[in-house]
Write a protein that binds this ligand. Structure first.
Ligand SMILES: Nc1ncnc2c1ncn2[C@@H]1O[C@H](COP(=O)(O)OP(=O)(O)O)[C@@H](O)[C@H]1O
Ligand SMILES: [Mg+2]
Length: 496
């Protein structure tokens, strides 16, 4: 890959006590088409401002290849301070730039160049600012919501104009079509960190949905793995509650949904309950018994799904984003129900507080194909993995599992450990630690944005070393996990 024109590394930033970034990074290469995505307030605009050099992070590095020209379109552009729009756009040109392009772009964007910038509407101001950013054909353009306030013809014009530029483009937009058409790489900002997907926004959602829903489908046997094995226990009675709240008949009443139209009684696990009493457990009033599902609110539907799922006899409950659109009361209720639930709960959630209150073990995504299990809830996971290199956590809790090779539960009878196995079990953690240190060192060396330009041979050699160490570490982890499972198995056998 070409050396970066612009790179941000280990960016940390706190606004009034709230951490916005805890180690964010990205690099822009020539001709890049990178989009930044994340929820509202996740820090997209802030990261772009840091990239533009408009604000400084508390710590971290910003590297700009000398001589690189950068233009930045803020989310709220300010076009004041000039007599005409043409003056404003021309002010952005360098001495070697084509002055005619300023006028051309203004006209393409529906302005004459003679307008008074102070009297522009929001949409006109953005078009004027866009002309200023694009006129000099910079090496890098950073665009924060460029399509806001633009009409469809203007959006299509902009899309075509950007597609034809040689400049590297970094883009934030709510316009999914625009993002899909233009981007080739996607940077996801979440929880103060950045993760890079090496393809455009069109692939982003499938990739983010972070693998989780796919993992659940693998664990529950709905989806066969590409390789590796999933072993489901015997006598498994699984109930799945999915995030889309499908499977409710809108014409049925609340009571009918719970009793399956068979009278006033609900079969709850092993016992029979009166439907009104059971409804009350889920915060419904007796009057709601005859209410059709179609008239229930989103939160009430969530509660009904929950009531129905928990009535079925099960020992494994699978919940995929159960807290989406639940009100606080229902959240508390769900938490209580799960605490009382005798079986195993498999929960996928973005709700950190809920995770902390409910779960006893966390499987976290650490990059494509990498899931790591931590004891405890979300906060415990964050503590265990530290603000540090994710892989370091393995030294303390080596439980690496890759999504292609999901958890092989309850393996068949295993051989006793030989002397050699016991020796390996003792020495592998030390070996893994050494490999982790070597990986960290190679990564640190390669993170120097100038290394490639200065010394391509060392860059290549370091990359090879890194790959070798990563492969060795993966093999060592695999072996350790296998031996450790056998050891646990033997110990369990002895104490049974
Ligand atoms: N100058 C500032 N002072 C304090 N808080 C800020 C400032 N700028 C942004 N924030 C906060 O930082 C967070 C990220 O904001 P922003 O980068 O605008 O998010 P996004 O563009 O992803 O919606 C938000 O919680 C926002 O309120
Ligand atoms: Mg923003």
């Amino acid at each position: 890959m070409a050396p970066p024109l612009l790179a941000l590394r280990d960016i940390r930033l706190t606004f009034g006590g709230t951490p916005i970034f805890e180690g964010a990074e990205f690099a822009v290469v020539p001709g890049d088409r990178l989009c930044l995505v994340g929820r509202n307030g996740s820090g997209k605009s802030t990261l772009l401002r840091i990239a533009a050099g408009q604000i400084e992070a508390d710590s971290g590095e910003r590297f700009l290849q000398p001589g690189t020209t950068v233009r930045y379109l803020p989310q709220e552009p300010d076009v004041g301070g000039f007599a005409t729009t043409l003056d404003f756009v021309r002010a952005g040109l360098g001495p070697a730039d084509d002055a005619y392009r300023a006028q051309y772009l203004l006209e393409q964007l529906g302005l004459t160049g003679a307008e008074d910038p102070a009297s522009l509407s929001g949409g006109e101001a953005r078009r004027c600012a866009l002309a200023q950013v694009l006129a000099p054909m910079p090496d890098i353009v950073l665009l924060d919501e460029p399509t806001n306030h633009l009409d469809l013809p203007a959006i299509e014009w902009l899309e075509a104009e950007l597609a034809s530029l040689n400049s590297a483009i970094v883009l934030i937009s709510h316009d999914r079509r625009f993002l899909s058409n233009l981007s080739r790489r996607t940077l996801w900002i979440a929880d103060g960190r950045t993760r890079l997907l090496d393809s455009g926004f069109a692939d982003f959602e499938a990739w983010r949905d972070a693998g989780k829903t796919t993992l659940i489908n693998l664990l529950t046997g709905t989806l066969p793995p590409d390789s590796g094995a999933v072993r489901l226990g015997t006598n498994l009675a699984m109930v799945t509650l999915d995030q889309r709240r499908e499977g409710l008949d809108p014409n049925r009443s609340l009571a009918e949904t719970l009793t399956d139209g068979s009278g006033d009684m609900v079969s709850v696990g092993e016992e029979w309950r009166h439907v009104i009493g059971y409804m009350k457990d889920f915060l419904f009033t007796p009057e709601q018994a005859r209410t059709p599902v179609s008239r229930l609110s989103g939160g009430e539907r969530g509660r009904l799904m929950l009531a129905r799922a928990l009535a079925r006899p099960s020992n494994l409950l699978v919940l995929d984003e159960p807290t989406n659109d639940l009100d606080l009361e229902t959240l508390d209720l769900l938490q209580e129900m799960l605490a009382d639930y005798a079986g195993t709960v498999l929960l996928v959630s973005h709700d950190r507080d809920f995770l902390d209150r409910v779960v006893t073990s966390t499987l976290a995504w650490h990059g494509p194909g990498q899931w790591i299990e931590y004891a405890g809830g979300y906060s415990d996971m964050m503590i265990q993995r530290g603000g540090d290199l994710d892989r370091k956590a393995l030294a303390k809790a080596p439980r690496a599992k890759s999504a292609e090779k999901p958890v092989e539960r309850k393996p068949a009878a295993r051989k006793a450990l030989s002397f050699k196995d016991k020796h390996a079990l003792q020495t592998l953690p030390g070996r893994m630690q050494k490999l982790q240190a070597a990986i960290a060192a190679s990564q640190a060396r390669m993170a120097d944005p100038q290394l490639y330009a200065r010394d391509p041979a060392t860059f290549g050699k370091t990359a090879d070393e890194l790959h070798r160490a990563e492969a060795e570490l993966a093999a060592a982890e695999e072996q350790w996990l296998e031996l450790e499972m056998r050891r646990e198995e033997m110990e369990r056998g002895r104490s049974d």
